[in-house]
Ligand binder design. Sequence first.
Ligand code: SAM
Ligand code: SF4
Length: 355
Amino acid sequence: MKTPLDRPEILAWLRESDSNRLAELWQAADQTRQRHVGGEVHLRGLIELSNYCVRLCGYCGLRAPNRQLERYRMTEEEVIECARKAVQFGYGTVVLQSGEDPGLTCDGVEKLIRRIKAETPLAVTLSLGERDDDELAAWRAAGADRYLLRFETSNRRLYEAIHPPRNGKTSDRPAILRKLRELGYEVGSGIMIGIPGQTYDDLADDLERFAELDLDMIGVGPYLVHPETPLANPENCLSIPEEEQVPPTELMTYKVLALTRLQCPRANIPATTALATLNIARGRELGLERGANIVMPNLTPSKYRMMYEIYPAKACVRETAEQCHACLAGRIASIGRQVGAGRGDSRNFERRMEK
Ligand code: SAM
Ligand code: SF4
């Protein structure tokens, strides 16, 4: 298969339903992954450090107006304890993720980063939402290596509909992604698949945008309905012709995952928890066989996991960090792949740095 694919080819794959033809797509994505990032699967220990959030994202259970949710914020010692576990389990990276929580102050996060960097060999990825430029700069100076911020959809109208302004300020994730690049972070972004109002053309735009942004990490996962959010009510959704609506299915997720690998061969691409939520038995394995090279075992203490409910029935909320570790190591071995050693920096980033 010739890559990168042009737009008509992307659109044709997104609408493809023939399983023999799709087998060609899976094979092309798997071979491209092997050629450009190898057979290793890198593990990122996920620490969901706070579920407080000031934002109003129309799809997410952590959104500020959701009063059904009990809120928590981990202490510094709890986070450091998780980072120690990551080292013990042989992970190369911890991902500090949270709602957009002003209670996680600039100084507080900076201190956490400095401690993790001083006390462990771990790479630190942040996923703390839309923070100010000076905070992003301070955290980078403190040693943070990577930042994840999905742009969710490149359709401006849909984006604005699902990201209402906060205090009169509209959210501008593409501008933040540019800033992160300027600051020297490895930059990660991504989308949800099957957002109500998302068309096949929108998805093709998203796939083109990944390549334009030259992303180092790309997360794509299905949109899952949360009943306590505006998007759960069809009246709040952008209305588009039924045949244009992208379905939020497992199959569509694999297609987008495989096409992402073909468009961005050197990026780090995870098999996401949202995908595992749709297919707990085989979702992660199939993701790894159709373009992904990363998984994110959860390190969050059990007492907090249930409260980080971005969507219902999330995979692995009842497991402990030890159980997640053993389970994922077994799954990776079962498909004949090896757990990667070291930090697992993005080949895309390394190549950019060499230029
Ligand atoms: N607050 C940070 C942010 O928004 O970037 C990080 C945490 S947020 C929960 C991480 C990602 O979860 C979002 O970028 C979004 O793509 C995903 N997410 C939120 N609600 C979701 C839903 N209902 N279905 C699938 N993914 C969802
Ligand atoms: Fe908050 Fe992130 Fe959820 Fe938006 S997606 S409501 S910023 S946690």
